[in-house]
Design a protein around this ligand. Structure first.
Ligand code: 13P
Ligand code: SF4
Length: 313
C-alpha cells in the first residue's frame, strides 16, 4: 500500500481533528510553511491562549508545548517528537539544587524565562520571554533585587538594560552560547556595512558588537524593515529565522553567524528533531500528548497570566 505524503496527510488530519498547527521560527522551512501560526515564544503563548481549536499541534520544543497545555488544560496538545527538549530548561536540574537556590533567596521575587519546565514556572512570581523580559523586570520597583532563571546571558543583558540588580541562575542555551567573538568580528570585517543582529541568549562578547538585540520576531522585523540602512545582516541566532526573512524581504543578504571552530552550524538540535513525517504521525496516533498535573498547571498558570497581562499593557 502506498502511504500518502505527509503534506496531504497533515492537511486531511487538520480538517478532521479541527487542529491548529503552531510553529516556532527555528523549525525546518517546510514546517514553517504549513503552520497556521508562526512566531516567537511570546506570540505562540498568546496564540495558544486565544485559540479555539480543540487540538493544538505544537512544532517547537517541550517547554513551549507544555506552556500551551498549562494555558489550555481542556485541550489536547500534541508534539511531533517528545525528545525535543531545551538545554536551558534542562539546566534547572537537579531540581533540589534549584529549589534550594530559590529558598536561599526567599525574600526575592523570581522572574523565570519561559524556557523552563512547569515546576519552575510554578515557583515563579512571573514569567518572561526574550521579547518582554525588560518590561517584566521593570514592573518591579527600581530598588527591588530580582532572582532570574535560567539564562545567565539574558539575565546580564536585562540587568544592564533595566538598571536592576538581578541574581542569575547559571544556565545557558547550547546554541547561542557557542557563538565566538573573534569569528563574529571576522564576519563583520568580511561584510563591511553589515548589521549584526543577536538574540539576548548570546554571550556578552557577541552582544557588545550587535547593532540590534532582540527576540526572534524582533530580529526578523529588524532585518526586513523597509527603511533598513543596509541590505546585509549577520544573524546571531538559530538560522531558522532566515526562512521568514527571505519571504518578507527576498532581495537582501542574510548570513548565519559562524559558531566556534569546532562546530559547523548553529541549528538547535532539539527544534530540528521535528519533521513533516513526525507531525503527520503524531496527528494520526494522537501522541506524544502533553499532560500536566492539574494542581501543577494551576500554579504555573498564574505567573504566565501575569506575563501575558504585562505584555498587553
Ligand atoms: P524567542 O522567544 O526569541 O523566539 O526565543 C526562543 C528560543 O528558544 C531562543 O533560543
Ligand atoms: Fe532551547 Fe537554545 Fe534550542 Fe532555544 S535554541 S530551544 S534556548 S536549546
Amino acid at each position: 500500500m502506498q502511504v500518502a505524503d505527509p503534506l496531504a496527510r497533515i492537511a486531511a488530519l487538520k480538517r478532521s481533528l479541527g487542529a491548529v498547527i503552531l510553529a516556532h521560527y527555528y523549525q525546518d522551512d517546510d514546517i514553517q510553511d504549513i503552520a497556521d501560526v508562526i512566531g516567537d515564544s511570546l506570540k505562540l503563548a498568546q496564540e495558544a491562549r486565544k485559540s479555539d481549536a480543540s487540538v493544538i499541534v505544537f512544532c517547537g520544543v517541550h517547554f513551549m508545548a507544555e506552556t500551551a497545555k498549562i494555558l489550555n488544560p481542556g485541550k489536547t496538545v500534541l508534539m511531533p517528537d517528545s525528545a525535543a527538549g531545551c538545554s536551558l530548561a534542562d539546566s534547572c536540574e537537579p531540581r533540589w539544587a534549584f529549589e534550594a537556590w530559590v529558598r536561599r533567596h526567599e525574600s526575592l521575587p523570581l522572574v523565570s524565562y519561559i524556557n523552563c519546565p512547569a515546576w519552575v514556572k510554578a515557583l515563579s512570581t512571573v514569567i518572561c520571554t526574550s521579547s518582554n523580559a525588560e518590561k517584566v523586570v521593570s514592573s518591579f520597583p527600581r530598588d527591588q533585587a530580582v532572582l532570574f532563571a535560567p539564562d545567565r546571558h539574558l539575565s546580564r543583558f536585562v540587568a544592564e538594560r533595566t538598571g536592576r540588580r538581578l541574581v542569575p541562575w547559571d544556565g545557558v542555551c547550547v546554541v547561542h552560547d557557542i557563538f565566538e567573538e573573534k569569528r563574529i568580528l571576522q564576519a563583520l570585517r568580511e561584510n563591511p556595512g553589515a548589521e549584526l543582529l543577536a538574540h539576548p541568549e548570546c554571550p556578552v562578547g557577541i552582544l557588545a558588537h550587535a547593532h540590534f538585540i532582540g527576540s526572534t520576531t524582533g530580529i526578523i522585523d529588524r532585518a526586513t524593515a523597509p527603511d533598513a540602512r543596509t541590505n546585509t545582516f549577520i544573524i546571531a541566532t538559530e538560522p531558522g529565522v532566515i526562512h521568514e526573512m527571505k519571504k518578507r524581504a527576498p532581495g537582501r543578504v542574510y548570513i548565519p553567524a559562524p559558531p566556534n571552530q569546532t562546530c559547523a552550524c548553529s541549528y538547535c538540535p532539539y527544534m530540528r528533531l521535528n519533521t513533516m513525517e513526525k507531525i503527520a504521525e503524531c496527528m494520526e496516533r494522537m501522541e506524544p500528548r502533553i499532560d500536566v498535573d492539574i494542581e501543577l498547571a494551576r500554579r504555573a498558570r498564574l505567573p504566565l497570566e501575569r506575563m501575558l497581562e504585562i505584555s498587553r499593557n
